[in-house]
Design a protein around this ligand. Structure first.
Ligand code: CA
Length: 235
C-alpha cells in the first residue's frame, strides 16, 4: 500500500456546539482517526499552528471569529485539508465557502457515513496533491513531495527531474501496472508516446540508484511487453 508516513491521522474538530462536537468525535474514533475538538476560531488557529493536524472539520458559526475568516487565515499560509460543516447549505453558501479555500462542504444535518467517506476521499486526494505537505511511502522507499526528495533505506537519492517523475508516478500507482505509454505521457508529455528507448534508459538509471541489485529489481519490476510495476509487499 501507498500511505502517508503516519498511519494515525489527526483531525481537528472546530465546533462550538458541544453535542455535535462529541458526536463527530466519536464517529471519527470509530472510523480509526484521532481527533481533538476546539470551540472557538482563535483556539482553532493556535491549535493548527501548534499541532498541524492532517485535516480540519470547520463549523462556520463560531462565537468569536467567523469560520470563513478562519478558513482564509489558514489558506494564507497552508494547503491543510479543510472540510466545512455548516447549517447554511444554500448553493451560494457553498460557493462562498469553497471560494474562501475549503476543500469540501457538508451541510448539516449530515449522514455519518457521508462525513467519514468525504474525509477519507479528501485525505486520499491530498496524498496525490504535489503542493500538500505529504510523503509517499512504499516499503523502504520514501518520497518527501514538498521537498522533492527521495530516500531509500534512509539514504537520500539524487534524482534528475525525469527520474523523480518516474518514481512519483510509479509510487502513486504502487501495486499496479503502469504501462510504457502512461509513463511516457505522464513524465515526458503527450508527444513521447511510443518512445520506448528513452523510457528504458531512464528506468535503468533509476534502478541503478534505487535497487540493491539492479539486475534483480525489487522496486521497479518489468511487466514484459506492458510496462512496470512497483510491488508493495516485502522484497
Ligand atoms: Ca456553531
Amino acid at each position: 500500500m501507498v500511505m502517508l508516513q503516519d498511519g494515525n491521522r489527526q483531525i481537528l474538530i472546530v465546533e462550538d456546539d458541544e453535542d455535535t462536537a462529541e458526536m463527530v468525535s466519536s464517529l471519527l474514533t470509530e472510523a480509526g482517526y484521532k481527533s481533538v475538538s476546539v470551540d472557538t476560531g482563535e483556539t482553532a488557529l493556535s491549535e493548527i499552528a501548534a499541532k498541524s493536524p492532517d485535516l480540519v472539520l470547520l463549523d462556520l458559526g463560531l462565537p468569536d471569529i467567523n469560520g470563513l475568516e478562519v478558513l482564509r487565515r489558514v489558506r494564507d499560509t497552508s494547503f491543510l485539508p479543510m472540510i466545512v460543516l455548516s447549517g447554511f447549505s444554500q448553493e451560494r453558501d457553498k460557493v462562498r465557502v469553497l471560494e474562501a479555500g475549503a476543500d469540501d462542504f457538508i451541510g448539516k444535518p449530515f449522514a455519518p457515513d457521508e462525513l467519514v467517506a468525504r474525509i477519507a476521499a479528501l485525505l486520499r486526494r491530498v496524498q496525490w496533491t504535489p503542493q500538500a505537505e505529504t510523503k509517499l511511502v512504499v516499503r523502504q522507499l520514501e518520497l518527501d513531495i514538498p521537498h522533492r526528495q527521495a530516500a531509500i533505506r534512509g539514504k537520500k537519492l539524487h534524482l534528475t527531474p525525469v527520474e523523480y517523475g518516474l518514481l512519483i508516478t510509479l509510487m502513486r500507482s504502487a501495486g499496479q501496472l503502469v504501462t510504457h505509454d502512461e509513463l511516457l505521457r505522464t513524465v515526458w508529455g503527450e508527444k513521447y508516446a511510443g518512445d520506448y528507448s528513452v523510457l528504458r534508459v531512464n528506468i535503468s538509471r533509476l534502478r541503478q540508484k534505487l535497487e540493491e541489485n539492479p539486475r534483480r529489481p525489487a522496486y521497479i519490476v518489468t511487466v514484459p511487453g506492458e510496462g512496470y510495476r512497483m510491488p508493495t509487499g516485502r522484497p
